[in-house]
Design a protein around this ligand. Structure first.
Ligand code: C2E
Ligand code: CA
Ligand code: CA
Ligand code: CA
Length: 279
């Protein structure tokens, strides 16, 4: 569509060009943003149904930019993946999350594990194992306190490499969760080959688990499948009590979503735990 600019000239607004330009600007400001501490981490609790407690939290990166305002990760992560900045950002995230975890461990915090998202290109790189173990060593943190969330698509890009990477990480007690399960590939045969710890059912399956019999049957099937492979099952994006109760009845192991808690900054998580154990 057309609009007038300040000089009263008619300009044609092209969303594609606009987006590309914005994307370029965002990509150019990443490094400085990292140096200026514009990125910070949030932690979203995962509730363990059987143990009735929260022992794990997912790490989610946030960017508050003085130039662009609050930029959601759904916007900047794909740009960072495209321009290669994702490696630096993930290293920073791993480092900051492990530093925080060490601080929590020193205070006997109930949180036992943090889960960090790893993008496909980074997961398949040979440097990942070294990067991760280097950071764990730096903070004298056991691999048992760290989980890496990876997507089906990143595994399927190169299954043999993925199996090797996972085995090396597992030798150091680092666990692997398969993220956004069900949204990627159609073949499930790869599950046989992967020594992973847990499977996260994507939010899109959880949305109608309590309202549609088909939706419920599908989640039930995924949970059965997971149990067949001795995997721990996590439901993401749980927003209501009805969804929670349905998932408990289906024997889902862990629940993550706004109904338990939104992603919280470290100090907010401390407050959350105080209130939660008081229940
Ligand atoms: P994801 O890994 O599937 O993360 C879950 C997303 O769902 C998060 O959005 C979280 O805030 C949101 N969420 C959690 N519970 C609920 C709920 O009950 N309802 C709704 N509507 N949403 C819920 P977020 O933080 O905006 O992150 C979006 C995506 O960005 C993530 O999806 C992940 O793929 C990516 N991402 C975030 N942080 C990182 C990171 O540090 N590294 C990498 N590689 N990717 C990241
Ligand atoms: Ca995730
Ligand atoms: Ca997810
Ligand atoms: Ca998801």
């Amino acid at each position: 569509f057309a609009k007038t600019n300040g000089k009263n000239q008619l300009v044609v607004y092209n969303p594609a060009v606009h987006d590309n330009e914005k994307e370029r600007q965002i990509a150019m400001s990443f490094r400085e943003a990292l140096q200026n501490n514009e990125f910070y981490l949030c932690y979203q609790p995962k509730y363990n149904v059987k143990e009735k407690r929260i022992s794990c939290a997912e790490v989610l990166v946030r960017w508050n930019s003085p130039e662009f305002g609050f930029v959601p990760p759904s916007i900047f992560i794909p740009i960072a993946e495209k321009n290669g900045f994702i490696t630096e950002l993930t290293e920073w995230t791993l480092n900051e999350a492990c530093r925080q975890m060490k601080e929590w461990r020193n205070k006997s915090h109930p949180l036992e594990k943090i889960a960090v998202n790893i993008s496909a290109p980074m997961f398949l790189s040979h440097a990942l194992h070294q990067t991760v173990t280097g950071i764990l060593r730096k903070y004298r943190l056991d691999g048992r306190h760290l989980e890496l969330e990876i997507t089906e698509t990143s595994i399927m890009e190169n299954l043999d490499t993925a199996v090797k990477v996972i085995k090396r990480l597992q030798a150091d007690h680092i666990s692997i969760a398969l993220d956004d399960f069900g949204t990627g590939v159609s073949s499930l045969t790869y599950l046989k080959k992967l020594p992973i710890h847990s499977l996260k059912i994507d939010k899109s399956f959880i949305d109608d688990v309590h309202t549609s019999p088909e939706g419920k049957a599908l989640v039930e099937m995924i949970i059965h499948l997971a149990k067949l492979f001795h995997l721990h099952v996590v439901a993401e994006g749980v927003e209501t009590e009805e969804q929670l109760q349905t998932l408990i009845s289906l024997k889902c192991d862990e629940i993550q979503g706004y109904h338990i808690s939104k992603p919280l900054q470290a100090h907010e998580l401390d407050e959350f735990f105080k209130a939660f154990t008081a229940v």
